[in-house]
Design a protein. Structure first.
Length: 85
């Protein structure tokens, strides 16, 4: 049963999920860095730093697109493996 659910090759969308995760992590780190001056009482960062924080949402959307692409590929594969009645 386990061999039926695991695949040895890359599934379409894997690359998008990995890229989305990396972009999300970069955005999360940027968010932590831009929020730190609020707690430390120092000068806030320039607007560009806050724009980099937006990568967190972009990374989430890219990863979600990868998940949807993988789901679609698995559905196509499942439909192709079912014999026609």
């Amino acid at each position: 049963m386990r061999s039926e659910t695991t695949t040895s090759g890359a599934v379409p969308g894997d690359g998008l999920i990995r890229v989305g995760a990396v972009v999300f992590i970069i955005g999360a780190i940027a968010t932590l860095v831009t929020v730190a001056p609020l707690f430390l009482g120092t000068e806030p960062f320039p607007t560009l730093a806050y724009c980099v924080s937006m990568l967190m949402g972009v990374g989430f959307l890219v990863a979600a697109a990868g998940v949807l692409r993988a789901i679609a590929a698995q559905r196509r594969q499942a439909r192709a493996s079912v014999p026609a009645a």
